[in-house]
Write a protein that binds this ligand. Structure first.
Ligand code: DC
Length: 226
């Protein structure tokens, strides 16, 4: 008998769509593990910047990706014992992540690390290529999005809550640029796969989005427990 791998729910979508929050809550509801794959690209960008490595230097960046001394400890992300949880969340880190993510060798170097999160009883993974490349056999694939204006507004409110002064226009511009780069790169571009379900959260609460994903998952697995 072929041993089956733990189930995966893949949630892909553009920046600031809320996919991270939804994915985390779905994982909590099911008692599954959670992978925020964007954090790995953000970490590569951060280490590269701290080591003076150019964001165009594919070979050295792939070396960084393959040797990331990262530890996920509860809600904290540590690099060589240094807490970088907040440091990788800045807009600058997001831009650096998007730049390192265009390199195929970087993406390949991160594959095994991402797949190692697939453990019992299951995994919810969010990113850009979870359903298309990293977990093509995911039980459920969701493409979670919202209009760019709504996403910029969400990011704006998030920053304000943290006491960070921001203006809407540059955030909007930045998201448009990141979308364009993530969608147009040749390696694993951001797009809705033909086997992924579209979840447009523009006018939807987080709780409703979570419920929708759980309903789809139950229907997929025939599991009425959750
Ligand atoms: O999800 P995020 O905003 O933290 O991701 C930051 C960048 O990392 C994003 O602009 C593109 C890249 N990324 C990727 O290419 N593939 C993934 N699976 C996750 C993120």
């Amino acid at each position: 008998m072929v041993e089956s791998l733990p189930p995966v729910i893949a949630i892909d979508g553009p920046s600031a769509s809320g996919k991270g929050t939804v994915a985390q809550k779905v994982a909590e509801a099911l008692g599954f593990h959670y992978l925020d794959s964007g954090s790995l690209y953000r970490l590569v960008g951060l280490v590269a910047r701290n080591s003076g490595i150019s964001l165009d230097d594919e070979v050295r960046l792939a070396g960084v990706a393959g040797n990331l001394a990262v530890a996920f400890s509860g809600d904290k992300i540590l690099i060589e014992k240094q807490d970088v949880t907040e440091g990788i969340r800045t807009e600058e880190s997001g831009r650096a992540a998007s730049a390192v993510a265009v390199h195929p060798q970087v993406r390949t170097a991160l594959l095994d690390r991402q797949r190692a999160f697939r453990q019992l009883p299951g995994l919810v993974a969010d990113g850009r290529d979870m359903g298309s490349v990293v977990f093509p056999d995911a039980r459920l694939k969701v493409f979670l999005t919202a209009t760019v204006e709504e996403r910029a507004m969400r990011r704006y409110k998030q920053l304000k809550q943290k006491g960070i002064v921001a203006t809407l226009d540059p955030l909007l511009q930045d998201l448009r640029e990141r979308d364009a780069r993530d969608e147009s790169r040749s390696a694993a571009p951001l797009r809705q796969g033909s086997d992924a379900r579209l979840l447009d959260t523009t006018a939807m609460s987080i709780a409703d989005a979570v419920e929708r994903v759980l309903t789809w998952y139950r229907a997929e697995t025939g599991d009425a427990r959750h």
